[in-house]
Design a protein around this ligand. Structure first.
Ligand SMILES: C[S@@+](CC[C@H](N)C(=O)[O-])C[C@H]1O[C@@H](n2cnc3c(N)ncnc32)[C@H](O)[C@@H]1O
Length: 289
């Protein structure tokens, strides 16, 4: 049996299940699809200074099942009709779901050839270190920096494999979003993720003298069932918020109720239909070269 000090990410199946619930309750895919089709494509994508005739070399890191990167690729394809996308993702069930999505959306993704790598970024770096350095024009890190043990090392490596004129986009929860707030309030969860919010990444980028621009994306997480209900979804969502697998079963009763009370204290004013939401805004950090 897992205990509350085990990081959720180390349990592939439970991680994938709780991530699914978090996505559903935050409607992150819909919110980001809108943002990608408007703000990203009209403003951010313009900062990639690569000739349109070139084959665009893309690197997706921690791509998950690909729902978000799929929308990005569709926009990028409008400018660069030929893309090679290297997908670096350690979770096999996520890679398989991404492959299914790519097959289902083959027509929309016409022009993209995928190179699948079932690795962490750190394993990918080791595996490719004896080969000539391959560079990329566009590197996506959506909600993955949390798991980088040595952020400075990884950021420096990413900068070294970014082509001139290229762009890195990293998205993560902002400082006053639910997981960073919980880990600040209950420091015992901090060890379940290496980096918690954009604040940690910004500090590192400043130290490394890497310039960046930050863009805010507003989102709310529906925690109604967490606060009032007794369901499997409730348990999975609390697992995600604490980044601890089987938290309800393994944590002490008092810690569990402290978490629920804390969530209640950060609930936004109730919506008209009586649902309870907490803030889970994201920041997109953009680095150009
Ligand atoms: C929160 S999910 C994000 C998935 C997707 N990018 C999205 O935003 O929808 C984090 C993903 O990062 C992957 N991951 C965890 N540690 C990683 C690492 N060190 N290198 C690359 N990917 C990693 C996980 O397997 C998981 O699929």
């Amino acid at each position: 049996m897992e205990n509350s000090s085990t990081p959720l990410i180390s349990n592939e199946k439970r991680y994938a299940e709780s991530l699914d619930v978090y996505w559903k309750k935050s409607r992150i895919v819909e919110v980001l699809e809108r943002w990608i089709n408007s703000y990203f494509s009209e403003t951010i994508m313009k900062e990639i200074k690569v000739e349109k005739e070139k084959e665009l070399m893309v690197l997706g890191i921690g791509s998950g099942p690909g729902q978000i990167e799929y929308h990005v690729l569709k926009q990028v394809l409008k400018q660069w009709p030929k893309i090679t996308d290297t997908v670096v993702e350690p979770n096999l069930s996520h890679i398989n779901k991404y492959k299914d999505l790519a097959a289902k959306k083959a027509r929309a993704l016409d022009g993209v050839s995928f190179d699948w790598r079932q690795h962490t970024l750190q394993q990918f770096r080791l595996k490719t270190q004896d080969q000539p350095l391959k560079k990329f024009h566009f590197i996506m890190l959506f909600h993955v920096l949390y798991f980088f043990e040595d952020l400075a090392e990884d950021l420096n490596y990413l900068k070294s494999i970014l082509e001139d004129g290229g762009m890195i986009i990293a998205m993560m929860e902002c400082d006053d979003s639910c997981v960073p707030l919980i880990t600040e309030q209950f420091p015992q969860f901090k060890k379940n993720v290496y980096v918690v919010s954009t604040r940690d990444v910004e500090k590192e980028l400043v130290k490394l003298q890497i310039q960046f621009v930050k863009h805010r994306i507003q989102m709310n997480l529906n925690v109604t069932d967490c606060l009032d209900g007794e369901s499997k979804e409730e348990e999975l969502l609390v697992d995600f918020i604490t980044q601890s697998p089987f938290f309800k079963e393994t944590a002490s009763k008092s810690l569990y109720s402290d978490i629920i009370e804390y969530l209640k204290s950060i609930v936004l004013p109730k919506s008209e239909d009586g649902k309870s939401f907490i803030k889970c805004d994201c920041d997109a950090i953009v680095i150009t070269k």
